[in-house]
Design a protein around this ligand. Structure first.
Ligand code: NAG
Ligand code: NAG
Ligand code: NAG
Ligand code: NAG
Ligand code: NAG
Ligand code: NAG
Length: 453
């Protein structure tokens, strides 16, 4: 509710908590708590681009703009008159099992899932009334993929289910016409973007509307605040839904719900507003690439470093996996997600529902990132160690010790650690030598401190 005061006269502007179609009002909505508490989400890229499965999910655009790799690939492997839409029939999904996905996603320790409903290619992964013959029910799998995944996630897990939606489409004639009119017309918005968004929300009741593809035009062209005020006031998910910031080139990283800013945004300093680091486990592509190499994927240390830095600075991390045209999650992604889940089973106490601490990375041991949490009125500080200190002594500059300081390691059952004040300020923690059966995880360990300031 906005209250405007002129001298002593206060006008209750948005009575009954209704949001208005402007950013001041949209931004004033408190972010539903579940989102900040979740910390870890999984993004799923699946679409017609999963059929050629080479270079990236931007295949169509990259082919049209004559990227040599793709021009050669098409010349060597396909009929001369092959068009991108011809790929859709080969999005076969014959091994797709939504319940199997749900179980893997749950094992990963993530608390939410965002699935691509429509990427820039315009193909809808649900039977949209507004995407005639260019949707997963009419062509290819002949199934409602969004519906199946959403239902499996909700029936088998406690994860929140969100949908990624691209506002623009690379080659939609209506969009191209609006663009050639310098976006003074909104025919594409009226015929496609808006009906589709309302359809998605009413039909699938997503917990997140994860918008993308806004970079071609300003927010007013996309009618963003009109949609968002409906979403917040009158939609079936008005109390629980969360949105990001990709609602216009002029508002990205400024307005909306949480801030994504650019892809792979990881500022490594505390942010004022809730944000999310959207990153891809394949460093070069969100879509699955058949010719990816092992070294193209994040190692566990690299991934856990992103997790620690992101959560420490107040962010959530949205970890992308790409799906094959058959509908499978290839073993490399299964492996990473399973290991992430094992790590979070041990160390989740320092991640989920944590708050940033007064310091983000330590002043002496820069490879240590902090989070904090109050449990039963007792404040705790968690020091996430990206490396094991060389002589088993962890020297931290930021924590101020007291007579009640107690130090332990999450997942270590051999007791509390001895420590002493560091002469130059801070604390020296003596880590016991642990054998392979005692060490809680292979890499990245979390020190828990009580009674520090
Ligand atoms: C989901 O994960 C939680 C936590 O690891 C576990 O307790 C639960 O049994 C899992 N549920 C399913 C359906 O796998
Ligand atoms: C866009 O927003 C304007 C102003 O709120 C509204 O009049 C118009 O109907 C909207 N257009 C669409 C396609 O939703
Ligand atoms: C889609 O169109 C069908 C048939 O015209 C209609 O019954 C259905 O309600 C529409 N669905 C949505 C979500 O608008
Ligand atoms: C960590 O902290 C130090 C100062 O203590 C700072 O100079 C550095 O830039 C910070 N960030 C990283 C990523 O190390
Ligand atoms: C371990 O290394 C730290 C930092 O290099 C140093 O301050 C400390 O004195 C060393 N401790 C021992 C027991 O060697
Ligand atoms: C570690 O310290 C905590 C808090 O003082 C205490 O409750 C716990 O019993 C200690 N653990 C061991 C194994 O001594």
């Amino acid at each position: 509710m906005l209250i405007k005061c002129i001298l002593l006269l206060c006008v209750f502007q948005v009575t009954l908590g209704r949001y208005e179609p402007n950013w001041e009002s949209i931004d004033s909505r408190p972010l539903p708590a579940w989102f900040d508490e979740s910390k870890v989400g999984i993004l799923i890229h699946w679409g017609v681009f999963s059929v050629p499965s080479i270079l990236s999910e931007w295949f169509w655009y990259q082919w049209e703009t004559k990227t040599p790799l793709l021009v050669d690939f098409m010349k060597n492997n396909y009929r001369q008159d092959w068009t991108y839409p011809d790929f859709a029939n080969q999005l076969t999904a014959e091994f797709f099992d939504a319940e199997e996905w749900a179980s893997l996603l749950n094992i990963s320790g993530a608390k939410y899932v965002v699935m691509v409903g429509k990427h820039h290619e315009g193909f809808t992964m649900w039977p949209s009334n507004y995407s005639w013959n260019w949707n997963a029910m009419d062509v290819g799998p002949k199934r409602d993929l969004i519906g199946e995944v959403g239902a499996a996630i909700r029936s088998k897990t406690k994860l929140h289910f969100g949908i990624y939606h691209s506002l623009f489409e690379w080659f939609n004639p209506l969009f191209e016409r609006d663009r050639s009119n310098a976006f003074k017309t909104q025919d594409f918005i009226a015929a496609k973007t808006m009906p589709e968004l309302y359809e998605l929300v009413n039909k699938y009741k997503p917990d997140i509307v994860w918008s993308d593809g806004s970079h071609a035009a300003d927010d007013w062209y996309w009618n963003a605040t009109t949609f968002l005020s409906w979403l917040y006031n009158d939609s079936p998910v008005k109390d629980t839904v969360v949105v990001n910031d990709r609602w216009g080139i002029n508002v990205n990283c400024i307005h909306g719900g949480f801030l994504n800013c650019g892809d792979r945004f990881n500022p490594k300093v505390l942010q004022k507003r809730k944000w999310e680091n959207v990153m891809t486990l394949d460093k070069y592509s969100a879509g699955y690439r058949r010719n990816a190499k092992l070294e193209d994927y994040f190692t566990m240390i690299e991934l856990l470093t992103e997790v620690a830095q992101t959560v420490s600075c107040g962010g959530n991390i949205l970890i992308n996996i790409g799906i094959t045209k058959e509908g499978t999650v290839v073993p490399i992604y299964q492996d990473i997600l399973t290991k992430l889940g094992k790590w979070l089973t041990v160390n989740g106490e320092g991640i989920y529902s944590s708050k940033p601490w007064t310091t983000q990375n330590d002043t002496i041991s820069n490879y240590v990132w902090y989070t904090s949490k109050v449990i039963n009125n007792e404040p705790y500080v968690y020091a996430i160690m990206l490396e094991w200190p060389k002589n088993n002594t962890l020297v931290l500059g930021a924590p101020k010790t007291s007579s009640t300081t107690v130090v332990s390691m999450l997942g270590y059952t051999g007791g509390n650690f001895s420590w002493k004040p560091n002469p130059a300020g801070g604390i020296q923690i003596m880590l016991p030598s642990m054998n392979v059966n005692e060490i809680p995880c292979n890499d990245v360990w979390v020190i828990k401190m009580q009674g520090v300031d």
